[in-house]
Design a protein around this ligand. Structure first.
Ligand code: UDP
Length: 387
C-alpha cells in the first residue's frame, strides 16, 4: 500500500498538510502521498453545498480567511481569488444585540453613554481599576479581560461565553486566549484587524481541490495513520498533522481537547439572523454562537427564499470525537512537552504540525505560515541529501 521508495508521506489533508504536499510536489518535483482519515480533503475548513438550498455551508463552523503576513497572502492567492468580505460578529446579551469585539458602539450601548473616542481609554482604565490590582500582571484569562475592559463588560460579554466554550473557570485559562480579541476606542466593528481578509470566491472546496491538484500529489481519503504506521519506510519523511497523543497511542495519557457539535437547520425564510455569526454571551443559552452561512457570500445575492443556520455547542472531546481546540493549561503543556521529547527521540523522520500535531490554537494564516517554514527546512535537508 505504501510504495517502498516513497520519499514524502503527508498525514492529514487539511491546510498544513495541503501546503506541504503542494510545496514538495511543485518545488522539489517529488511525488507525495497524502492520507486522510475523513472522506474529504480540507480539514476543518471543509465546506459543502447544501443540496436542498444550494447554500455553501461550513461543515466545521465558519472559517474566515484573514492575515497580516505578506508571504501567506501571496501564497494562498495562487489557489483562489478572495471576495472583499470583512467579518463582523454580533453578540446577544440579556435579549439585546451588541457588536463584538468590544469597541465604542458596544461600550456606549452597554453603559447608555455617548463617549467620544478620546474619552474611552480613561473610562475603561477607571472601570478596570475597580476590579484589579494594578501592580500585578494579569495571570489568567479573567484578570487579563478585567484589565482590558473592566469587570461589568467582562461579566456581560466574556465570562459566560468563555465558560460555555471551555467549560472551565476563566481564572484557570491562560490570558493569551482573550488577547485574540481586540478592544477598540472607535466604531470599527470588524472582527479582525488584519489588512487582508475575504472568503474564497468559489468556496473552500474549490480552494482545496486546487491546493491538492498537482499531478505529483496522490490523496487517499478514508485512510488513517494507524492503517499505515508499521509500513512506512524509514527513509520516508512523514509530515503528520493528526493529534500528537494519537501518534503514540495515548501511551503517556490523552491531551485535553475541546470538541464542537453543530445543530443545523434549514429555515423557510430568506434571512434568519441578519448576519453570518451571532454569539450568545449568556450561560442560560446553551449554544455559543449560530452561523448563517449565506451571509458569508453577499456577492452571491439573496440565494433563495430559505436559509441554513447551524448552532454551535462546545463540549469535552471524548475518544472518537473530532478534536477542535487544544486546552492550553500547564498540565496539558507538560504532557505535550513529553510527547514532543518522544517524537524527537524515537521518530526523527516524523515532523508533527498544524493545529492538532502542534497542539496549538492556530488560525488558518498561521497554519500556512508554519507549513511554509517547515517546507524551507525540508528543502534544505532535501538539498543536503542530494535527492
Ligand atoms: N470570547 C468571548 N466572547 C465572545 C467571543 C469570544 O468571551 O463573544 C472569548 C472566548 O474566551 C473565546 C476567545 O474569546 O475562547 C476567542 O474567541 P474567537 O472568536 O477568536 O474564537 P474562535 O473563532 O477561534 O473559535
Amino acid at each position: 500500500m505504501i510504495p517502498s521508495d516513497l520519499k514524502y508521506l503527508v498525514v492529514g489533508a487539511g491546510l498544513w498538510g495541503g501546503v506541504l504536499a503542494e510545496r514538495i510536489a511543485s518545488e522539489l518535483g517529488v511525488r507525495v502521498l497524502v492520507i486522510e482519515k475523513r472522506d474529504h480533503i480540507g480539514g476543518n475548513c471543509h465546506s459543502a453545498v447544501d443540496p436542498a438550498t444550494g447554500i455553501e455551508c461550513h461543515v466545521y463552523g465558519t472559517h474566515i480567511f484573514h492575515t497580516s503576513i505578506p508571504r501567506v497572502w501571496d501564497y494562498i492567492r495562487k489557489f483562489t481569488e478572495f471576495t472583499s468580505y470583512r467579518h463582523k460578529v454580533l453578540t446577544e446579551h440579556k435579549g439585546r444585540v451588541y457588536p463584538m469585539p468590544i469597541g465604542l458602539a458596544t461600550i456606549n450601548m452597554f453603559y447608555g453613554l455617548n463617549l467620544r473616542p478620546g474619552e474611552v481609554a480613561d473610562f475603561i482604565r477607571r472601570e478596570a481599576a475597580k476590579g484589579a490590582d494594578a501592580d500585578k500582571p494579569p495571570a489568567n484569562l479573567e484578570e487579563k479581560a478585567v484589565s482590558l475592559i473592566g469587570r461589568p463588560l467582562y461579566e456581560a460579554f466574556i465570562k459566560g461565553y468563555t465558560w460555555k466554550q471551555w467549560e472551565k473557570d476563566p481564572r484557570e485559562l491562560p490570558a493569551g486566549i482573550i488577547t485574540r480579541l481586540p478592544v477598540r476606542c472607535n466604531y470599527n466593528c470588524d472582527y479582525f484587524d488584519d489588512p487582508w481578509q475575504g472568503m474564497p470566491l468559489r468556496g473552500y472546496a474549490a480552494l482545496f481541490t486546487a491546493l491538492f491538484g498537482h499531478p505529483l500529489i496522490e490523496v487517499r481519503t478514508g485512510v488513517s495513520w494507524v492503517d499505515v504506521a508499521g509500513r512506512v519506510p524509514p527513509s520516508c519523511t512523514v509530515l503528520y498533522s493528526g493529534p500528537l497523543d494519537e501518534l503514540f497511542g495515548y501511551s503517556l495519557g490523552g491531551l485535553e481537547w475541546r470538541g464542537l457539535r453543530f445543530e443545523r437547520e434549514t429555515l423557510p425564510c430568506p434571512d434568519a439572523q441578519g448576519t453570518s455569526v451571532l454569539n450568545q454571551a449568556d450561560v442560560e443559552i446553551p449554544w455559543t454562537r449560530s452561523h448563517e452561512f449565506k451571509h458569508l457570500h453577499p456577492e452571491r445575492g439573496p440565494q433563495g427564499d430559505s436559509t441554513v443556520v447551524a448552532r454551535e455547542y462546545s463540549r469535552t472531546c471524548t475518544p472518537g470525537d473530532e478534536p477542535y481546540y487544544p486546552v492550553n493549561t500547564p498540565q496539558n503543556q507538560a504532557l505535550l512537552d513529553k510527547y514532543r521529547a518522544r517524537l524527537a527521540a524515537e521518530a526523527p523522520n516524523i515532523t508533527a504540525g498544524g493545529r492538532l500535531g502542534g497542539y496549538r490554537y492556530l488560525d488558518m494564516d498561521k497554519t500556512i505560515d508554519d507549513a511554509l517554514g517547515v517546507f524551507e527546512r525540508l528543502r534544505a535537508a532535501h538539498g543536503e541529501r542530494g535527492v
